[in-house]
Every structure is written in structure tokens, then in C-alpha cells.
Design a protein around this ligand. Structure first.
Ligand code: FES
Length: 235
């Protein structure tokens, strides 16, 4: 768990980040087939003891909040259940590995299809497929997918506490906040969500599974300024 760092979801408002934590752009890298294959870390924001990040998608100072949620009449009602991943995810059991899948938190980063669709690969009885399932699951920012060995050993990428501002040039959009390293996220009423090594929080304001991203930012064409070059003054 990330000691001292917390993200508080405010009612119809922004995320309040308490505790010094690195915040940097994280861009999805695609290969010649346009498949998502890696992450590239970009510019960093100055590390502060606390900051307030936009959740509605309307701020002119993204990734920070500028109060636009009030003018926009943002409805940030939290609809995600407080159910631990182990209970919410479905287990796809293969001969060499188990793929855990919680579809409602999918951030549509598409790493799960790069080398062979993980949900098909898991059913194969060969070592290459097992390794692909692990690799693709580890790259998944939301933690929708997790690979679990047959003896119960869970694969998780080594992530230090940090917040990534996801950019998806292939889809032509910006994405969610990629919250890494076990940072506690609390709801507007103070209830903590189950703590995970990786989650993605909606910052376009359009998710139907708030506060988590559900991939709607692609349909919404969300751009924090990095995609079409209208950078805010905060970088
Ligand atoms: S950022 Fe993904 S749905 Fe809002």
C-alpha cells in the first residue's frame, strides 16, 4: 500500500490527491500493426504535497481542476460497487494459467490483443501462450486482467506509487488517470474502494462506472491537450 498517499473523490467535483506522488504522462505505444505493446513515460508534473485533478473533463487547466465542473453542472455520481476484485472478476481457467477478468473496469488500452487475444491464449496448452497471457495482463492499466498461476500465485507488475495521465495517440484520445502502487481511493462519503496495485480513474467525466474508467473516453473523443496540441499552461 502507498503510505500517506490518498485520492479522494469529491461529490460532483474533482479528485483531491493528498501526499506527494509523481504524476507523469503515460503514452500507449503501438507497433507496426497498430497493436498496443508498451508504455512510454513522458513529461512529469512538479511533485506537490497535494493537488486537485480534474474529473469532469471540462477544465481549461488539465490535468488540474479549474472549477469548471460547477459551471458545467457535472454529475459525478459514483456508480461503481465496492466489491473486491477477487469477487467481481470471472476466472477463465486454462491448462497452464488462469486469466481473471473484470470487464466493467476496462479502460480500452488494448494490450490484451497485441500478441494474441489473452482470453483465447489462456485456453492453449503451450508455454508461449502462458507467457503472453502474463505479459498482456501485466500491461493492462486498469487491472481488468490478472494472470494467476495454477498454484494460486498472482502476477502483478512492480508499480511504485504514481499517477499516470494516459494518452492514446492511436485512438486519438487522452485516457484515464492510471493510479499505481496501491494508492487508496476514497469515495465522496469517505468509504475506501478496495485497494489495488493498479486502477484507472475516469477523467473525461463520461464513464458509466464512476469513479473508474470504462473506456467511454474513446467514444467521447476526450483530449487533455496532449493529443491535438492545445497544451494547458500547467506543463
Ligand atoms: S477517462 Fe475513460 S471513461 Fe472517462
Amino acid at each position: 500500500m502507498a503510505d500517506g498517499v490518498r485520492i479522494h473523490v469529491t461529490k460532483d467535483g474533482p479528485y483531491v490527491v493528498r501526499g506527494a506522488v509523481p504524476i507523469a504522462r503515460q503514452t500507449i505505444v503501438t507497433d507496426e500493426r497498430s497493436e498496443s505493446v508498451a508504455w512510454r513515460e513522458g513529461e512529469s508534473l512538479p511533485v506537490k504535497p497535494s493537488c486537485i485533478l480534474c474529473r469532469c473533463g471540462a477544465s481549461e487547466s488539465k490535468p488540474y481542476c479549474d472549477g469548471s465542473h460547477a459551471l458545467a453542472g457535472f454529475d459525478g455520481t459514483e456508480t461503481a460497487p465496492f466489491v473486491p476484485y477477487d469477487e467481481a472478476a470471472v476466472a477463465i481457467e486454462g491448462p497452464r494459467i488462469v486469466l481473471m477478468d473484470q470487464v466493467d473496469i476496462c479502460a480500452d488500452a488494448r494490450f490484451c490483443a497485441a500478441k494474441g487475444r489473452a482470453w483465447h491464449r489462456v485456453e492453449r496448452d503451450d508455454e508461449e501462450s502462458r507467457e503472453i497471457v502474463i505479459e498482456e495482463s501485466d500491461l493492462c492499466p486498469s487491472g481488468r486482467y490478472t494472470a494467476v498461476e495454477l498454484d494460486g500465485t498472482v502476477h502483478e507488475p512492480a508499480l511504485a506509487p504514481a499517477i499516470g495521465l494516459v494518452e492514446d495517440p492511436k485512438a486519438g484520445v487522452s485516457g484515464p488517470l492510471w493510479v499505481q502502487g496501491g494508492i487508496v481511493v476514497t469515495s465522496a462519503d469517505g468509504t475506501p474502494y478496495p485497494v489495488r496495485n493498479r486502477v484507472t480513474l475516469c477523467r473525461c467525466g463520461k464513464s458509466a462506472n464512476k469513479p473508474f474508467c470504462d473506456g467511454t473516453h474513446i467514444e467521447a473523443g476526450f483530449d487533455d491537450g496532449a493529443i491535438n496540441g492545445s497544451e494547458s499552461a500547467t506543463w
